[in-house]
Write a protein that binds this ligand. Structure first.
Ligand SMILES: NC(=O)c1ccc[n+]([C@@H]2O[C@H](COP(=O)([O-])OP(=O)(O)OC[C@H]3O[C@@H](n4cnc5c(N)ncnc54)[C@H](OP(=O)(O)O)[C@@H]3O)[C@@H](O)[C@H]2O)c1
Length: 332
């Protein structure tokens, strides 16, 4: 029996203060339209973009009000007319389902998962970003040197694992000794706690031939150093710049990037998941297969967060830099 109402997190105004930007709302639950699924959320994934969205500074800014959150796994609670591929009780993942107890989506946008658990949500925005960016933009092969920044986070840890699986030497930056241990457990060849040792010195002394691929999520000094240390034909993939999200983009004064790139035939390439969505089903199936075979680990941060209001705490927790693996919010 479906409830009459449900709760969701809504951005009602743009503010750098997350708690001022969002509110929990109770809204009417409507049945799915033709071709749609109504899904009861089990877990939502927390993403660095959540904060930017609330601040009104995301890549695709939308005037408030809008629903917060980017991805969820859940169980089909009802199917709309004409839906034959799914039935009640099926476990699905959706990009678009967010911090809400129920969500609807077109059935052809759902990704089937073996179970609606926390591990399944890691494959979504995080797993797909790592997989698609390394393959489609980084042109990853094997026997190359790959630097992953924010390597112990939800997205970075998948990039580390996939780069290792492909047969590369992987360097990963992170901000604590616990994260160094976590990265070692994933097979990362050279974890660097940037709070305890100098990334500048490590790159200069240990990697004189430079970096073939950089999966760069932090921005600021880590971006600058990675750019400077690109190898001949190196590819720096811009995934994000989390260290600059709260402050806004940092202006820099130095020679233009072209001077750092031309003499190495190197390149800086942007990646935004939504531009690669047509490959999502294929890559999600591949990642789920690797998880089932035990070749990939779905790393879920152990800190528990619950329900729509818990999502606010979860976003703040991620921005404290404490998380190891993917931050998730549990529902029910
Ligand atoms: N382009 C895309 O389509 C796409 C998709 C998904 C994610 N992303 C980007 O990928 C990056 C990681 O996102 P995520 O959601 O997976 O988060 P996450 O990596 O699970 O968590 C964020 C991590 O960033 C690191 N960090 C470094 N400097 C920071 C600072 N000044 N403030 C806060 N955290 C800092 C922290 O770890 P350490 O201190 O250990 O480094 C923190 O744990 C973000 O830049 C995000 O925007 C982009």
């Amino acid at each position: 029996m479906l409830p009459k109402t449900y709760q969701k997190l809504v951005a009602v105004r743009s503010s750098d203060n997350l708690r001022e930007a969002v509110e929990v709302q109770e809204v009417t639950l409507t049945p799915p339209q033709a071709g749609e699924l109504l899904v009861k959320t089990r877990f939502s994934g927390v993403n660095a973009a959540d904060y930017l969205m609330a601040a009104g500074r995301y890549l695709a800014p939308t005037p408030p009000p809008y629903d917060m959150g980017a991805e969820s796994v859940g169980v089909v609670a009802a199917v709309g007319e004409g839906v034959t591929d799914y039935r009640e009780g099926d476990a699905v993942f959706a990009i678009g389902g967010g911090y809400r107890e129920y969500f609807t989506l077109p059935a052809n946008r759902a990704i089937r998962v073996p179970a609606a658990n926390a591990e399944a949500v890691t494959v979504g925005v995080s797993g797909l970003t790592a997989s698609l960016a390394l393959e489609k933009v980084g042109e990853m092969t094997s026997n190359e040197t790959v630097l992953v920044t924010a390597a112990a986070g939800g997205t970075g840890n998948f990039a580390v694992q996939l780069a290792k699986l492909a047969g590369n030497h992987v360097i990963g930056t992170c901000g604590s000794a616990d994260k160094v241990d976590f990265l070692k457990s994933l097979g990362c060849d050279r974890p660097i706690n940037y709070k305890a040792e100098s990334l500048r010195d490590v790159l200069k002394q240990e990697y004189p031939k430079g970096l073939d691929i950089v999966f760069e999520s932090v921005g600021g000094e880590q971006y600058d150093l990675a750019l400077k240390h690109l190898a001949v034909r190196g590819r720096l993939i811009v995934i994000g710049a989390i260290s600059e999200y709260a402050s806004g983009p940092q202006p820099v004064t130095r020679v233009r990037d072209s001077y750092l790139l031309l003499n190495k035939s190197a390149s800086v390439r942007g990646f935004w998941l939504m531009h690669f969505f047509r490959y999502a089903q294929e890559h999600a199936s591949r990642l789920l297969g690797l998880l089932a075979e035990g070749k990939l680990v779905a790393a879920v941060d152990p800190q528990p967060f619950k329900g729509v209001a818990g999502a606010i705490d979860a976003i703040e927790y991620m921005y404290s830099g404490a998380n190891v693996g993917k931050v998730v919010v549990a529902f029910e």
